[in-house]
Design a protein around this ligand. Structure first.
Ligand code: ADP
Ligand code: MG
Length: 722
């Protein structure tokens, strides 16, 4: 197939602008390298350069790796009579008439072609199209249309992609498999195809192989150059998908190699070898308020083993909300402080002040009459108080310091930091975690997360970390019953609360915002607290908690609630994580349709923390069918892992983790949800490779080594692999 035909086949019906603006001096091909700006690639002028930039394509390399989302098979023709509205389809027929309506009364210009096959007729419509396009639509010629089927008086396709030829044989010569790329506004499929496809054929040979031959053979992977050519212009959809998977493997393999290297380096660093013998173990357990579950025991064992070793621990403790991670973390803390003579310190970081306070209280109770000196570092302390506290930490006058992440991280210097415990780790980024690790000589790090992170995501986010899982709840827990009501039925929720309060229990009522918003039509915690107290919950004692309150106020309310001086806490989602009030048995969540599944599950975890039967009532504001289906997942399962997987699938990793700065690496092609098996294979291979060649020193690993350092050297602090 000639180039001419190929570009024509990919035409998307838009007249190409004359090549105005293309730089006059294209460097000769010999000088073009992968790092060359994409503006020197044929077909890219200043305007397209801007558009490509917006797609993240800056260099030739970016362009080559800009992989199609999927392919469309233009041979997969549907007879017009069997088309379904709203579905994408390929139609092959004859042009029986055309018309061109110029712009009128402010409306767009419109070109129409009436196309018929043996079964039916369809209208193809192009808005704002050019004369050039119109000229290609010749009555009696054969045409292939590709687009979404619509219906406006008649079956129609709006702005379909198309190919025309005088005869069927002519049509058959065109490319059948067309790549579909992610686009940005102003950039069209056809334009992008015309740039990428020829560039891939010309420049793919510049790309070096990062995956060593042995690994390639074992996985039956195509050579990368072939994969790059094929991914943009595959002979079949299968070939395209295979090539795409091959490139994803590349990307994941480099990432996992970086993880393996980092893990090796942290493993090499010398850490503290804590002495945790039978006596220490016994002393710690004597303080425990209950017998640990088998799963807690297992986690304790894994952590104690790590702590005894002279390498720094880097372990993630995962477990569904309410499974009892705090107790396990407390074991680690007490173990770290057991050798008093060593003067070691422990830092505990929580995502919110409320939670920091709660941990502090729990630890104080646990350590009653022990010699351990505790400190709570909060944001509401005065400057002089803070100064005093920081001095105490630096001088080693305190042993166990609890605070929020920000507080502990900012400017705190420890005298002798032995262990860092980070609660709700998933809320912090990877980079932040590494920062803290630099305080003191390689302390052990224990991360806790209550949002069960689906395995693949865990492998990606915490690729260099060991994982312990608590997969069992403490005994005697009745599962939380979850009910979904329309907000018009809110009285049922208030009735449930009244009943539970009458039995001596407590309740949470959650609102997504502090102040109501008329614009968004959302109820707010503040005014609702008043309404409930003076109306449906008049018989109960209602308190209010939200993020804008002063810390002392928050602490006071929390304490009063814990002491049962209040029955109902109306709150924002500040109570999402960690809050532990076992006497609470009902949670009502308003505007549930606005919250993610994982977050709802977290909230729900505030109840059902004891043997009492508990309820979670989701009130949704006339949720559409999608939202309702989503919420129904919660009524069906209490399994945090299942919910997290579903949430991740629905919202994608960025949203799921709640922040763009979650530390999640951005992959160009691969998607850690859809391509999870590739991630696992790449991980296995990369770790095996690093085990056999820890410094990536073998000549066959030199390209890989360079790529790993280029991409992850700084970020993961592995600048010196040796
Ligand atoms: P999370 O894993 O969500 O942080 P917590 O550590 O707050 O869970 O524990 C949840 C509740 O379970 C707390 O009230 C805690 O006291 C209780 N708990 C933890 N471990 C046990 C156990 N082994 N037996 C009984 N209750 C336990
Ligand atoms: Mg917790």
């Amino acid at each position: 197939m000639s180039d001419m035909q190929e570009t024509e086949a990919l035409a998307d019906g838009v007249k190409r602008k004359p090549a105005g603006g293309t730089p006059d001096h294209k460097p000769p091909i010999a000088e073009i390298g992968l790092g060359t700006s994409v503006q020197y690639v044929k077909g890219v002028g200043p305007k397209r350069f801007k558009l490509l930039e917006r797609c993240g394509i800056l260099t030739l390399e970016d362009l080559l790796y800009y992989s199609p989302l999927r392919y469309e098979d233009r041979c997969d023709v549907t007879p017009i009579c069997r088309l379904n509205v709203d579905e994408n389809a390929v139609v092959r027929g004859t042009i029986i008439a055309t018309q061109w309506k110029g712009p009128r009364y402010g409306s767009k210009s419109r070109i129409e072609a009436f196309v018929r096959d043996e079964t039916e007729q369809i209208t193809a419509v192009w808005f704002n199209a050019s004369e050039h396009l119109y000229k290609r639509l010749i009555r009696g010629h054969r045409i292939i249309l590709y687009g979404k089927v619509g219906c406006y008086r008649w079956l129609q396709m709006v702005n379909p992609t198309f190919t025309t030829a005088e005869t069927d044989e002519g049509l058959d010569k065109f490319r059948a498999i067309v790549p579909i790329y992610p686009l940005t506004e102003g950039l069209r499929q056809g334009e992008l195809c015309r740039i990428i496809i020829p560039a891939a054929q010309t420049y793919a040979n510049l790309v070096e192989e990062v995956v060593p031959a042995s690994v390639r053979q074992a996985n039956n992977l195509l050579p990368v150059q072939e994969a790059l050519k094929t991914v943009h212009a595959p002979p079949t959809i299968e070939a395209g998908d295979t090539a795409r998977r091959r490139l994803i493997y590349d990307e994941f393999f480099v990432f996992q190699t970086a993880m393996a290297v980092r893990k090796r380096i942290t493993g090499l660093a010398s850490g503290i070898s804590f002495r945790i013998g039978p006596n220490v173990d016994k002393r710690i357990r004597a303080r425990f308020p209950f017998t640990p579950t088998a799963a807690q025991e297992r986690a304790v064992r894994e952590i104690a083993d790590d702590m005894r070793s002279d390498h720094p621990m880097s372990r993630l403790l995962q477990g569904d909300v309410g499974c009892g991670k705090t107790l396990v973390a407390a074991y680690a803390m007490l173990a770290a402080l057991a050798e008093r003579a060593k003067g070691r310190q422990v830092a505990v970081m929580a995502p919110t002040e409320i939670l920091a306070e709660q941990h502090f209280l729990f630890l104080r109770r646990l350590l009653e009459s022990a010699q351990v000196r505790l400190m709570l570092l909060t944001g509401s302390q005065s400057a002089s108080e803070r100064k005093q506290n920081l001095d105490a930490i630096l001088n080693g006058d305190v042993d166990l310091i609890v605070g929020t992440h920000a507080l502990i991280q900012e400017d705190v210097e420890f005298k002798n930091l032995g262990l860092i415990v980070i609660d709700e780790q998933h809320r912090f980024g990877v980079a932040q975690r590494h920062n803290l690790g630099r305080k003191g000589p390689a302390p052990d790090v224990l991360l806790l997360t209550a949002t069960p992170i689906p395995r693949t995501l865990a492998l990606t986010l915490y690729g260099e970390v060991d994982v312990s899982i608590i997969d069992e709840m403490p005994p005697g827990r009745a599962p939380v019953r979850t009910l979904l009501f329309d907000s018009s039925e809110e009285d049922r929720a208030w009735e449930a609360i009244r009943q539970q309060v009458a039995q001596g229990h407590q309740a949470f009522v959650v609102y997504p915002v502090i102040d109501e918003s008329d614009k968004l039509d959302i109820k707010g915690a503040t005014s609702e607290a008043e309404r409930l107290q003076s109306g449906p919950l008049a018989s109960a004692r209602v308190c209010l908690l939200h993020g804008r309150m002063k810390q002392e106020q928050k602490d006071a309310v929390m304490e009063q609630f814990r002491k049962r001086n209040y029955d109902v806490m109306v709150a924002t989602t500040v109570i999402e994580v960690g809050i532990d009030v076992p006497n609470a048995t009902v949670m009502v969540i308003n505007h549930a349709e606005r919250l993610g599944l994982a977050q709802l599950h977290q909230l729900r975890g505030r109840v059902g923390r004891a043997q009492f039967p508990s309820y979670c009532i989701l009130l949704a504001e006339s949720a559409g069918p999608d939202a309702a289906a989503r919420l129904r997942t919660l009524t069906k399962t209490n399994d945090g892992f299942k919910i997290a997987e579903e949430d991740l699938r629905l919202r994608g990793p960025g949203e799921f983790l709640g922040t763009r700065q979650s530390g999640l690496p951005e992959f160009l092609i691969g998607n850690i949800v859809d391509d999870r098996e590739i991630m696992e294979t790449a991980r296995r291979d990369a770790f095996a490779l690093v085990a056999s060649d820890p410094r990536l020193a073998l000549p066959e690993h030199s390209v890989l080594r360079r790529r790993v350092l280029d991409r992850y050297g700084k970020r993961l602090d592995i600048v010196s692999i040796a």
